[in-house]
Design a protein around this ligand. Structure first.
Ligand code: GLC
Length: 448
């Protein structure tokens, strides 16, 4: 059966889909006989009776510059004039975002489609907060994605999210300052500290390194990197218990994060920094180094930034004595469909388009995001236009332990303790004990 939502290119007449033209409703009767001159009135008729509006819940991805969400919506609505997408701007903090959504969806409401974190499939799948998309989209669709992404969106055999973009942690640096001071791009954390001290000593920036250490998910992402660099792990091999105290890795990671602040390399307010605060400091020229996701490159080069033309990007450093590069945490966002949606056909059309060539090219070439489908990800033209994508083959990745429906509590036990250490409120040793018992306790929970 012809889809109601054929793209305009496939519909033969821009703005009027084939099904709409052949439609059975009274308003559309006889439209097939219309001459070209009455195309405009035909378009109005379709708008009156054939348009579906879906709501799309998505947090802002960039903190300044053009809004990728709006660029996507405009292009989608051009391709599918019969579907309107109403953007509902979601909270930027992934924890607040998830808490708000789970309340709405469990109560029978919520948006039609939502952009949700890659760490959500277990919780959302276990509690029927998202549709199993594998029941709506064929195997051939899922095989378009880069390896690992679909597996990451799968819980107990069902795929709950369509991978929209992948995030990885990167080291951004001021190439102008490194050059001026004859410093190499740091390959170790120790070198990052000593480079920072040189730059700070010359008063070239206010801070050496800004990252994420506030009391939220982002602090877990950064901790995963330090922890894995130091040879530690969150979970033991059974996946059912904490491995945080099994070797010295976690203690080393926590102590190093605190030292960044106590040595003056990172701001005293580091324990309140999420991505936007770190991004702002860096793009205002206040920090020599920044840890952030892929979007940060485009944002650092957008209008209003004080570091245009001065930014380089590299894989993360590691601790001295470990092989380079260090670990980058895997993040990213999927598109999920609300099980209560009344517009599932249009929702799926939107999801497919957003994970297709046009939408993926937009984000990769204009917003330095990492596309999820192989054809765009491997395109030499796209790679050439995206400074971050060129680094992707060099990064070493570590995921978060998000396979449990209670991951939110596992992560909370991590980030609360990390943030208190960075703030100087808890000793690394005390924080490690409470992190360890918190993770063990969370692993026994159910997630809602
Ligand atoms: C980014 C990542 C996401 C992560 C979040 C933490 O949005 O894509 O996976 O949870 O940052 O702040």
């Amino acid at each position: 059966m012809a889809s109601k939502f054929l793209p305009s290119s496939a519909s033969g007449r821009r703005g009027v889909s084939r099904k709409a033209v052949l439609g059975t409703t009274a308003a559309l009767a006889g439209l097939t006989a219309l001459s070209a001159t009455s195309a405009a009135s035909a378009k109005r008729a379709v708008a009156a009776s054939g348009t579906t509006t879906i709501t799309w819940w998505a947090s802002p991805i960039t903190t300044s510059g053009p809004d990728v969400r709006k660029v996507w919506i405009n292009a989608f609505e051009k391709a599918y004039p019969n579907i309107k997408v109403k953007l509902v701007s979601a909270p930027t903090n992934t924890d607040t975002n998830r808490a708000t959504l789970t309340t709405q969806i469990s109560g029978g409401g919520g948006p039609d489609v939502f952009m949700g974190d890659v760490i959500w499939p277990a919780q959302f799948g276990a509690h029927q907060l998202a549709l199993p998309l594998n029941k709506y989209l064929p195997k051939s669709y899922w095989s378009t994605f880069a390896p690992g992404l679909v597996a990451g969106a799968t819980y107990k055999g069902n795929v709950y999210g369509a991978p929209l973009f992948e995030d990885q942690g990167f080291l951004y640096y001021r190439k102008d300052l490194l050059k001026k001071d004859h410093l190499a791009v740091p390959k170790t954390w120790e070198q990052l500290v000593s480079d920072s001290k040189v730059i700070l000593g010359k008063h070239q920036t206010k801070y050496g390194y800004v990252f994420q250490a506030a009391d939220y998910e982002g602090a877990t992402c950064n901790f995963m990197e330090f922890l894995t660099d130091a040879g530690g792990k969150v979970l033991n091999s059974s996946g059912k218990g904490s491995a945080l105290t099994a070797n010295g890795g976690a203690l080393k990671a926590l102590s190093f994060e605190r030292q960044l602040v106590s040595s003056g390399v990172s701001p005293t307010a580091m324990s309140t920094f999420q991505e936007p605060q770190a991004m702002t400091a860096f793009q205002n020229g206040q920090s020599a180094f920044l840890r952030n996701w892929d979007y940060a490159y485009a944002t650092s080069q957008a209008k209003g930034s004080k570091v245009i033309g001065k930014v380089g990007v590299a894989p993360m450093p590691t601790f001295a004595g470990h092989s380079y590069p260090g670990y980058s945490n895997i993040g990213g966002w999927n598109l999920y469909v609300n099980p209560h949606s009344k517009n599932i056909k249009a929702d799926i059309t939107f999801v497919k388009w957003m994970t297709g060539v046009q939408a993926q090219t937009i984000q990769a070439t204009q917003f330095s995001q990492i596309p999820t489908i192989n054809v765009v990800r491997k395109s030499p033209k796209v790679i050439k236009s995206n400074a971050v994508l060129a680094i992707v083959p060099k990064t070493r990745l570590v995921p978060r332990p998000a396979q449990t429906p209670n991951y939110a509590a596992v992560s909370q036990a991590i980030y609360q303790n990390v943030s208190s250490v960075v703030a100087g409120q808890k000793s690394p040793k005390a924080a490690l004990q409470s992190m360890n018992s918190g993770v063990n306790k969370a692993l026994g929970g159910t997630g809602l």
